[in-house]
Design a protein around this ligand. Structure first.
Ligand SMILES: NC(=O)C1=CN([C@@H]2O[C@H](COP(=O)(O)OP(=O)(O)OC[C@H]3O[C@@H](n4cnc5c(N)ncnc54)[C@H](O)[C@@H]3O)[C@@H](O)[C@H]2O)C=CC1
Ligand SMILES: O=C(O)CCC(=O)C(=O)O
Length: 417
């Protein structure tokens, strides 16, 4: 099992690693390593039995130099202040690497949603929306889904905001259902960017993705969509997992059928014709491509020594610790970082926000074409930086590109006296 690393310290280390290759003053870099503000609140919510329960919740607004704060809201028992700070910082550099006009933010509630009824979850979400209301807005801070949240929670938050503000403002949040101002293609967007990154990575490394073997850790929104779209490229998904464990079949799984099985039974475990394996076994399988799509710190320095994949495309945020990065760089494993490989989610959120502002809605084909253009451009810019500056790995390349863009926006804005 991977050792805990503090994700906020990991983010700061990633920024320092890239800053070493940039001609930017230390005090400016220091500014880019810390959030502008963090809201911490205790939601008191009535449960179905009439009792009141407290839920700790956070929203971190990391940096707004390039536009409104943007980023998802996570419901998970492991949410911490430092985790939310890290996730909000990763959003800054993600939006910059794909060059969409946002800063970075992130929110989280310490809750295991499995233990609550739909009515209780609605009251928790509305209570958080009430606390968030003064801090968010179409041009201020725009939340979205993350782990254990989706269209349902986004709809509740939008409705609470609009009711309290006595207005209609669908662009205050993205990832909504289609009938509530959502965008075609948003549900699949995160996994789609992982597929596009993997496709471009194989091309760049002069390898064939058709017939390649693939393991996917985490089979939720990001992982299951990435799996099915990578399978559509002709790759062979041999192993997938979720929090209950993993399944393996050397002949390959049917990604869509496994998802249907998980929807029916609640987990991938027990899928017909498979051997079970632990998450650590999955992460160290001898495959061509590994897609971590669960949570932070899945692979630490020790586990990284046993990773046998040649290419990693990070669908999750922060799945590798900095020590794991060092080990994998040393061992020549090609890691394509989260801030590129899962940037499809926020990119299509941007498209949703644009559509909400214009009250003019796009076809799924247009969304997917525009997304492909953004991700392929970002990939090309990243490999150009990697080659031009002779950088150690693709993560550093992504941060070099992203930090420079944030610094440019900051510099061009001038100074207050
Ligand atoms: N939903 C989105 O649009 C975006 C999500 N992400 C990132 O993708 C990752 C996954 O998020 P979603 O797919 O949205 O969440 P989700 O809630 O839809 O799915 C999470 C999956 O990970 C599994 N999981 C949890 N702990 C695990 C463990 N220890 N080992 C193996 N599997 C485990 C769960 O069982 C579930 O299948 C997170 O890091 C998230 O921040 C990144 C960009 C956008
Ligand atoms: O869609 C968005 O705005 C943000 C998605 C997100 O939280 C992420 O990319 O980690």
């Amino acid at each position: 099992m991977a050792q805990e690393a503090n994700p906020f310290e990991s983010l700061q280390e990633q920024i320092d690693d890239a800053a070493a290759y940039l001609d930017v003053r230390d005090d400016v870099i220091e500014r880019l390593k810390n959030p502008e503000r963090v809201l911490e609140t205790n939601l008191s919510v009535e449960m179905d039995d009439g009792s009141i329960e407290l839920f700790r919740a956070y929203r971190s607004q990391f940096n707004g130099d390039r536009g409104p704060y943007k980023g998802g809201i996570r419901y998970h028992p492991g949410v911490t202040r430092d985790e939310v700070k890290a996730l909000s910082g990763w959003m800054v550099y993600k939006c910059a690497v794909v060059d969409i006009p946002y800063g970075g933010g992130k929110g989280g509630i310490v809750i295991d949603p499995k233990n609550y009824s739909e009515g209780e979850l609605e009251r928790v979400s509305r209570s958080f929306a009430k606390e968030l209301r003064p801090f968010i807005g179409v041009d201020r801070d725009i939340p979205a889904p993350d782990v254990n949240t989706g269209q349902r929670e986004m709809n509740w938050i939008k409705d609470t905001y609009e009711t309290l503000e006595n207005t209609t403002a669908p662009g205050v949040i993205t990832g909504k259902a289609l009938d509530n101002g959502g965008s075609e293609g948003r549900v699949e967007a995160t996994g789609r960017s992982t597929m596009l990154t993997a496709r471009e990575a194989f091309k760049y490394l002069d390898r064939d993705i058709e017939g390649a073997t693939v393991a996917v850790q985490g089979y939720g929104n990001a992982g299951s969509v990435a799996a099915k779209l990578i399978e559509d490229l002709g790759a062979n998904i041999v192993a997938v997992s979720d929090s209950s464990g993993g399944i393996y079949n050397s002949d390959g799984l049917d990604a869509r059928d496994v998802k249907a099985f998980k929807n029916e039974t609640g987990s991938v475990s027990g899928y017909e014709g498979t051997e079970s394996l632990t998450n650590d076994e999955l992460l160290t399988l001898d495959v061509d491509l590994l897609v971590p799509a669960a949570l932070e710190n899945a692979i630490d320095g020790d586990l990284a020594k046993d990773v046998q994949a040649d290419i990693i495309a990070e669908a999750a945020n922060g799945p590798l610790t900095p020590r794991a990065d060092d080990v994998l760089t040393e061992r020549g494993v090609h890691v394509f970082p989260d801030i590129l490989a899962n940037a499809g989610g926020v990119t299509v959120s941007y498209f949703e926000w644009v559509q909400n502002r214009q009250r003019f809605y796009w076809t799924e084909e247009r969304v997917n074409d525009e997304l492909e253009r953004v991700i392929v451009n970002a990939f090309d810019t990243l490999v150009d930086a990697y080659e031009k500056h002779d950088l150690p790995n693709f993560r550093t390349a992504a941060y070099v590109v992203a930090i420079q863009r944030v610094v440019n926006a900051y510099d061009q804005s001038g100074n207050w006296p």
